[in-house]
Ligand binder design. Structure first.
Ligand code: UFG
Length: 351
Protein backbone atom coordinates (compact mmCIF):
# COMPACT_ATOMS: atom_id res chain seq x y z
CA UNK A 1 0.00 0.00 0.00
CA UNK A 2 1.36 3.40 -0.94
CA UNK A 3 0.95 6.21 1.58
CA UNK A 4 -1.08 9.28 0.46
CA UNK A 5 1.07 11.80 -1.44
CA UNK A 6 1.02 14.42 1.31
CA UNK A 7 2.41 11.91 3.78
CA UNK A 8 5.12 10.47 1.58
CA UNK A 9 8.46 11.63 2.95
CA UNK A 10 11.33 13.41 1.29
CA UNK A 11 14.36 11.13 1.26
CA UNK A 12 17.56 12.89 2.29
CA UNK A 13 20.75 10.95 1.55
CA UNK A 14 23.53 12.29 3.76
CA UNK A 15 20.75 13.75 5.88
CA UNK A 16 22.79 13.72 9.10
CA UNK A 17 25.59 15.86 7.64
CA UNK A 18 26.08 19.61 7.75
CA UNK A 19 23.88 20.55 4.79
CA UNK A 20 21.58 17.56 5.37
CA UNK A 21 20.72 18.36 8.99
CA UNK A 22 19.79 21.97 8.15
CA UNK A 23 17.81 20.85 5.10
CA UNK A 24 15.95 18.38 7.31
CA UNK A 25 14.92 21.22 9.64
CA UNK A 26 13.83 23.38 6.67
CA UNK A 27 11.79 20.48 5.22
CA UNK A 28 10.11 19.97 8.60
CA UNK A 29 9.33 23.70 8.75
CA UNK A 30 7.67 23.38 5.33
CA UNK A 31 5.60 20.43 6.55
CA UNK A 32 7.43 17.56 4.84
CA UNK A 33 8.15 14.33 6.71
CA UNK A 34 11.76 13.26 6.15
CA UNK A 35 13.63 9.98 5.96
CA UNK A 36 17.34 10.42 6.60
CA UNK A 37 19.61 7.94 4.82
CA UNK A 38 23.09 8.05 6.32
CA UNK A 39 25.92 5.75 7.36
CA UNK A 40 27.38 8.33 9.80
CA UNK A 41 30.78 8.03 8.11
CA UNK A 42 31.15 11.82 8.39
CA UNK A 43 28.35 12.70 10.81
CA UNK A 44 27.06 11.80 14.27
CA UNK A 45 23.79 10.06 15.26
CA UNK A 46 23.28 12.73 17.95
CA UNK A 47 22.29 15.17 15.19
CA UNK A 48 18.87 13.44 15.03
CA UNK A 49 18.16 14.33 18.68
CA UNK A 50 19.08 17.92 17.92
CA UNK A 51 16.82 18.03 14.85
CA UNK A 52 13.99 16.67 16.98
CA UNK A 53 14.59 19.37 19.62
CA UNK A 54 14.44 22.11 16.96
CA UNK A 55 11.55 20.76 14.87
CA UNK A 56 9.53 18.82 17.42
CA UNK A 57 9.61 16.02 14.83
CA UNK A 58 12.13 13.21 14.53
CA UNK A 59 13.05 12.18 11.00
CA UNK A 60 12.94 8.46 10.21
CA UNK A 61 16.40 6.97 9.96
CA UNK A 62 17.73 4.40 7.52
CA UNK A 63 21.30 3.67 8.50
CA UNK A 64 23.37 2.32 5.64
CA UNK A 65 25.55 2.97 2.64
CA UNK A 66 24.08 4.38 -0.59
CA UNK A 67 26.56 2.22 -2.51
CA UNK A 68 24.59 -0.83 -1.37
CA UNK A 69 21.97 -0.73 -4.14
CA UNK A 70 19.98 -3.76 -2.89
CA UNK A 71 19.63 -2.16 0.54
CA UNK A 72 18.76 1.21 -1.02
CA UNK A 73 16.01 -0.49 -3.06
CA UNK A 74 14.55 -1.81 0.20
CA UNK A 75 14.61 1.74 1.63
CA UNK A 76 12.58 2.93 -1.38
CA UNK A 77 10.11 0.10 -0.83
CA UNK A 78 9.69 0.94 2.85
CA UNK A 79 9.23 4.69 2.38
CA UNK A 80 8.10 5.35 -1.22
CA UNK A 81 9.53 8.89 -1.09
CA UNK A 82 7.75 11.80 -2.76
CA UNK A 83 11.17 13.26 -3.67
CA UNK A 84 14.85 12.49 -3.15
CA UNK A 85 17.58 14.97 -2.19
CA UNK A 86 21.01 13.44 -2.79
CA UNK A 87 23.62 14.95 -0.50
CA UNK A 88 25.59 11.84 0.51
CA UNK A 89 29.18 12.19 -0.64
CA UNK A 90 32.68 13.28 0.21
CA UNK A 91 33.75 16.88 -0.29
CA UNK A 92 37.34 17.68 0.73
CA UNK A 93 39.17 19.07 -2.29
CA UNK A 94 42.67 18.23 -0.94
CA UNK A 95 41.73 14.69 0.04
CA UNK A 96 40.28 14.12 -3.42
CA UNK A 97 43.66 14.95 -4.98
CA UNK A 98 45.39 12.46 -2.66
CA UNK A 99 42.75 9.74 -2.96
CA UNK A 100 40.74 10.18 -6.18
CA UNK A 101 39.45 6.59 -6.25
CA UNK A 102 37.57 7.17 -2.98
CA UNK A 103 35.91 10.20 -4.59
CA UNK A 104 35.02 8.41 -7.82
CA UNK A 105 33.65 5.48 -5.84
CA UNK A 106 31.52 7.36 -3.29
CA UNK A 107 30.40 10.38 -5.32
CA UNK A 108 29.94 8.83 -8.75
CA UNK A 109 29.27 5.24 -7.60
CA UNK A 110 26.82 6.46 -4.95
CA UNK A 111 24.88 8.49 -7.52
CA UNK A 112 24.72 5.54 -9.94
CA UNK A 113 23.51 3.29 -7.12
CA UNK A 114 20.80 5.83 -6.26
CA UNK A 115 19.65 6.14 -9.87
CA UNK A 116 19.44 2.34 -10.15
CA UNK A 117 17.37 2.13 -6.98
CA UNK A 118 15.07 4.91 -8.22
CA UNK A 119 14.61 3.11 -11.53
CA UNK A 120 13.89 -0.22 -9.79
CA UNK A 121 11.35 1.48 -7.52
CA UNK A 122 9.67 3.09 -10.52
CA UNK A 123 9.13 -0.38 -11.98
CA UNK A 124 7.24 -1.31 -8.82
CA UNK A 125 5.13 1.79 -8.23
CA UNK A 126 4.88 3.17 -11.78
CA UNK A 127 6.28 6.62 -11.09
CA UNK A 128 9.66 8.23 -10.56
CA UNK A 129 10.41 10.55 -7.63
CA UNK A 130 11.94 13.91 -8.54
CA UNK A 131 15.62 14.23 -7.62
CA UNK A 132 17.56 17.19 -6.22
CA UNK A 133 21.33 16.91 -6.57
CA UNK A 134 23.94 18.69 -4.49
CA UNK A 135 26.56 20.15 -6.82
CA UNK A 136 29.16 22.83 -6.38
CA UNK A 137 30.27 26.12 -7.84
CA UNK A 138 33.75 24.60 -8.31
CA UNK A 139 32.40 23.14 -11.58
CA UNK A 140 33.01 26.63 -13.00
CA UNK A 141 36.79 26.22 -12.42
CA UNK A 142 38.50 29.61 -12.59
CA UNK A 143 35.83 31.87 -14.10
CA UNK A 144 36.88 34.52 -16.60
CA UNK A 145 34.67 37.06 -14.82
CA UNK A 146 32.19 37.45 -11.96
CA UNK A 147 29.32 37.18 -11.12
CA UNK A 148 28.94 33.63 -12.40
CA UNK A 149 25.81 32.61 -14.30
CA UNK A 150 24.75 29.00 -14.91
CA UNK A 151 25.73 29.13 -18.58
CA UNK A 152 29.44 29.70 -17.84
CA UNK A 153 31.79 27.02 -19.21
CA UNK A 154 32.21 24.01 -16.93
CA UNK A 155 35.49 22.39 -15.98
CA UNK A 156 37.27 20.95 -12.96
CA UNK A 157 40.51 21.42 -11.11
CA UNK A 158 40.23 18.59 -8.59
CA UNK A 159 38.89 15.03 -8.59
CA UNK A 160 36.19 16.29 -6.20
CA UNK A 161 34.91 18.84 -8.72
CA UNK A 162 35.33 16.23 -11.47
CA UNK A 163 32.95 13.85 -9.66
CA UNK A 164 30.30 16.55 -9.32
CA UNK A 165 30.56 17.46 -12.98
CA UNK A 166 30.37 13.81 -14.06
CA UNK A 167 27.21 13.30 -11.98
CA UNK A 168 25.67 16.48 -13.44
CA UNK A 169 26.40 15.12 -16.94
CA UNK A 170 25.02 11.66 -16.08
CA UNK A 171 21.83 13.24 -14.77
CA UNK A 172 21.57 15.27 -17.98
CA UNK A 173 21.88 12.11 -20.09
CA UNK A 174 19.33 10.25 -17.96
CA UNK A 175 16.90 13.18 -18.30
CA UNK A 176 17.35 13.22 -22.08
CA UNK A 177 16.77 9.46 -22.23
CA UNK A 178 13.38 9.75 -20.57
CA UNK A 179 11.34 12.84 -19.79
CA UNK A 180 9.93 11.34 -16.58
CA UNK A 181 13.27 12.05 -14.83
CA UNK A 182 12.87 15.42 -13.11
CA UNK A 183 16.17 16.65 -11.74
CA UNK A 184 17.27 19.86 -10.01
CA UNK A 185 21.01 20.50 -9.90
CA UNK A 186 21.97 22.98 -7.18
CA UNK A 187 25.42 24.56 -7.47
CA UNK A 188 26.37 25.74 -3.99
CA UNK A 189 28.76 28.60 -3.39
CA UNK A 190 30.26 28.71 0.16
CA UNK A 191 27.76 27.48 2.77
CA UNK A 192 28.59 28.66 6.31
CA UNK A 193 26.86 29.37 9.62
CA UNK A 194 24.44 27.23 11.55
CA UNK A 195 20.82 27.01 12.67
CA UNK A 196 20.13 30.01 14.91
CA UNK A 197 19.51 27.70 17.91
CA UNK A 198 23.19 26.68 17.87
CA UNK A 199 22.04 23.05 18.22
CA UNK A 200 23.24 21.91 14.79
CA UNK A 201 26.20 23.12 12.76
CA UNK A 202 29.32 22.18 10.86
CA UNK A 203 31.42 19.59 12.66
CA UNK A 204 34.53 18.88 10.58
CA UNK A 205 36.67 15.95 11.62
CA UNK A 206 40.34 16.86 12.10
CA UNK A 207 41.68 20.30 11.21
CA UNK A 208 39.12 22.27 9.20
CA UNK A 209 40.03 23.03 5.58
CA UNK A 210 37.46 25.78 5.16
CA UNK A 211 37.63 29.33 6.39
CA UNK A 212 34.58 29.71 8.64
CA UNK A 213 35.04 26.52 10.70
CA UNK A 214 38.72 27.37 11.09
CA UNK A 215 37.93 30.92 12.28
CA UNK A 216 35.32 29.47 14.70
CA UNK A 217 37.93 27.11 16.14
CA UNK A 218 40.38 29.99 16.61
CA UNK A 219 37.65 31.91 18.47
CA UNK A 220 36.93 28.97 20.76
CA UNK A 221 40.62 28.30 21.42
CA UNK A 222 41.05 25.06 19.47
CA UNK A 223 43.44 26.73 16.99
CA UNK A 224 46.06 29.35 17.89
CA UNK A 225 45.66 31.55 14.81
CA UNK A 226 44.26 31.66 11.30
CA UNK A 227 46.57 31.42 8.29
CA UNK A 228 45.28 33.82 5.64
CA UNK A 229 46.21 32.18 2.35
CA UNK A 230 47.57 35.09 0.31
CA UNK A 231 47.16 38.87 0.54
CA UNK A 232 48.27 39.78 -2.96
CA UNK A 233 45.17 38.87 -4.97
CA UNK A 234 43.58 41.60 -7.12
CA UNK A 235 40.73 42.08 -4.62
CA UNK A 236 39.54 44.79 -2.23
CA UNK A 237 42.23 43.99 0.41
CA UNK A 238 44.36 41.40 -1.39
CA UNK A 239 42.69 38.37 0.23
CA UNK A 240 40.43 35.86 -1.54
CA UNK A 241 36.79 36.80 -2.13
CA UNK A 242 33.97 34.23 -1.90
CA UNK A 243 30.18 34.13 -1.89
CA UNK A 244 29.42 33.00 1.68
CA UNK A 245 25.87 31.73 2.03
CA UNK A 246 23.98 31.01 5.26
CA UNK A 247 23.34 27.28 5.50
CA UNK A 248 19.66 27.87 6.39
CA UNK A 249 19.23 29.93 3.20
CA UNK A 250 20.84 27.04 1.33
CA UNK A 251 18.53 24.58 3.12
CA UNK A 252 15.50 26.65 2.13
CA UNK A 253 16.79 26.60 -1.46
CA UNK A 254 16.58 22.80 -1.34
CA UNK A 255 12.99 22.99 -0.13
CA UNK A 256 12.04 25.40 -2.94
CA UNK A 257 13.75 23.20 -5.55
CA UNK A 258 12.03 20.07 -4.22
CA UNK A 259 8.63 21.73 -4.17
CA UNK A 260 9.11 23.10 -7.70
CA UNK A 261 9.81 19.59 -9.05
CA UNK A 262 6.93 18.09 -7.06
CA UNK A 263 4.68 20.78 -8.57
CA UNK A 264 5.65 19.64 -12.08
CA UNK A 265 8.50 22.01 -12.98
CA UNK A 266 10.92 20.69 -15.62
CA UNK A 267 14.51 19.82 -14.77
CA UNK A 268 16.77 22.80 -14.03
CA UNK A 269 20.21 23.85 -12.78
CA UNK A 270 20.65 26.86 -10.50
CA UNK A 271 23.36 28.64 -8.53
CA UNK A 272 22.68 29.03 -4.83
CA UNK A 273 24.65 32.00 -3.54
CA UNK A 274 24.00 35.51 -2.26
CA UNK A 275 25.58 37.35 -5.18
CA UNK A 276 27.81 39.22 -2.73
CA UNK A 277 31.54 38.55 -2.35
CA UNK A 278 33.40 38.95 0.95
CA UNK A 279 37.16 38.83 1.48
CA UNK A 280 38.90 36.66 4.08
CA UNK A 281 39.68 39.75 6.18
CA UNK A 282 36.07 40.94 5.97
CA UNK A 283 34.98 37.54 7.32
CA UNK A 284 37.55 37.80 10.13
CA UNK A 285 36.22 41.27 11.09
CA UNK A 286 32.59 40.14 10.99
CA UNK A 287 33.43 37.11 13.14
CA UNK A 288 35.28 39.28 15.67
CA UNK A 289 32.18 41.46 15.95
CA UNK A 290 29.97 38.38 16.41
CA UNK A 291 32.07 36.67 19.08
CA UNK A 292 33.47 39.76 20.80
CA UNK A 293 37.06 38.45 20.66
CA UNK A 294 40.04 39.17 18.45
CA UNK A 295 40.86 36.50 15.84
CA UNK A 296 44.65 36.34 15.58
CA UNK A 297 45.82 35.76 12.02
CA UNK A 298 49.02 35.56 9.99
CA UNK A 299 49.45 36.13 6.29
CA UNK A 300 50.63 32.89 4.68
CA UNK A 301 51.41 31.75 1.14
CA UNK A 302 48.58 31.37 -1.37
CA UNK A 303 46.87 27.96 -1.25
CA UNK A 304 47.44 26.09 -4.52
CA UNK A 305 44.32 25.96 -6.65
CA UNK A 306 42.62 28.98 -5.00
CA UNK A 307 41.13 31.63 -7.24
CA UNK A 308 41.02 35.36 -6.42
CA UNK A 309 37.30 36.11 -6.49
CA UNK A 310 34.25 33.97 -6.91
CA UNK A 311 30.60 34.89 -6.51
CA UNK A 312 27.25 33.93 -7.95
CA UNK A 313 24.66 35.58 -10.04
CA UNK A 314 21.70 34.07 -8.12
CA UNK A 315 19.10 35.64 -10.44
CA UNK A 316 17.97 32.37 -12.02
CA UNK A 317 17.11 30.78 -8.65
CA UNK A 318 15.12 33.90 -7.79
CA UNK A 319 13.23 33.90 -11.06
CA UNK A 320 12.55 30.18 -11.17
CA UNK A 321 12.05 29.35 -7.49
CA UNK A 322 11.34 32.71 -5.86
CA UNK A 323 14.40 31.96 -3.72
CA UNK A 324 16.78 34.57 -2.42
CA UNK A 325 19.32 34.45 0.41
CA UNK A 326 17.98 36.48 3.34
CA UNK A 327 20.71 36.27 5.98
CA UNK A 328 23.79 38.53 5.91
CA UNK A 329 27.42 37.92 6.87
CA UNK A 330 26.84 39.16 10.44
CA UNK A 331 24.09 36.57 10.90
CA UNK A 332 26.27 33.83 9.37
CA UNK A 333 29.03 34.63 11.88
CA UNK A 334 26.78 34.99 14.94
CA UNK A 335 25.02 31.69 14.19
CA UNK A 336 28.35 29.92 13.53
CA UNK A 337 29.57 31.30 16.85
CA UNK A 338 26.41 30.17 18.68
CA UNK A 339 27.01 26.62 17.42
CA UNK A 340 30.76 26.64 18.11
CA UNK A 341 30.54 28.17 21.59
CA UNK A 342 27.71 25.84 22.67
CA UNK A 343 29.50 22.81 21.16
CA UNK A 344 33.26 23.47 21.32
CA UNK A 345 33.97 19.88 20.32
CA UNK A 346 31.03 19.53 17.95
CA UNK A 347 28.70 16.57 18.43
CA UNK A 348 31.41 14.62 20.28
CA UNK A 349 31.02 16.90 23.31
CA UNK A 350 29.68 14.34 25.73
CA UNK A 351 31.96 11.44 24.76
N1 UFG B 1 41.18 30.53 3.57
C1 UFG B 1 42.18 31.03 4.37
N2 UFG B 1 42.60 30.29 5.44
C2 UFG B 1 42.04 29.07 5.76
C3 UFG B 1 41.00 28.57 4.94
C4 UFG B 1 40.59 29.32 3.85
O1 UFG B 1 42.72 32.12 4.11
O2 UFG B 1 42.48 28.45 6.74
C5 UFG B 1 40.71 31.32 2.42
C6 UFG B 1 40.88 30.66 1.07
O3 UFG B 1 42.17 30.92 0.55
C7 UFG B 1 39.76 31.30 0.26
C8 UFG B 1 38.65 31.52 1.31
O4 UFG B 1 39.31 31.50 2.56
O5 UFG B 1 40.15 32.55 -0.23
C9 UFG B 1 37.58 30.45 1.30
O6 UFG B 1 38.17 29.16 1.42
P1 UFG B 1 37.31 27.87 1.77
O7 UFG B 1 38.27 26.71 1.89
O8 UFG B 1 36.42 28.14 2.93
O9 UFG B 1 36.37 27.68 0.50
P2 UFG B 1 36.72 27.46 -1.04
O10 UFG B 1 36.13 28.62 -1.76
O11 UFG B 1 38.13 27.17 -1.27
O12 UFG B 1 35.97 26.09 -1.39
C10 UFG B 1 34.72 25.78 -0.86
C11 UFG B 1 34.62 24.28 -0.57
C12 UFG B 1 34.48 23.47 -1.81
C13 UFG B 1 33.42 24.03 -2.69
C14 UFG B 1 33.71 25.48 -2.98
C15 UFG B 1 32.63 26.07 -3.84
O13 UFG B 1 35.76 23.85 0.13
O14 UFG B 1 34.13 22.16 -1.48
O15 UFG B 1 33.77 26.19 -1.76
O16 UFG B 1 33.02 27.33 -4.27
F1 UFG B 1 33.38 23.34 -3.84
Amino acid sequence: MTAPTSQRPVMLTGGAGYIGSHTCVALHEAGHPVVVVDDFSNSHPRVLDRIETISGVRPSLERGDVLDTAWLCSVFERHDPAAVIHLAGVKAVGESVANPIKYFDINIGGSISLMKAMQAHRQQVGRLSPLVFSSTATVYGEPSRVPITEDFPLTFESPYAHTKLVVEQMLGAVGRSESSWKVAVLRYFNPVGAHRSGLIGEDPSGTPNNLMPFVSQVAVGRQAHLNVFGDDYPTIDGTGVRDYLHVMDLAEGHVRATQALMDGCDSFTVNLGTGIGHSVLQVVKAFEAACGKPIPYRIAARRPGDVAAYFADPGKAHKLLGWQARRDLGQMCSDAWAWQSLNPKGYREQE
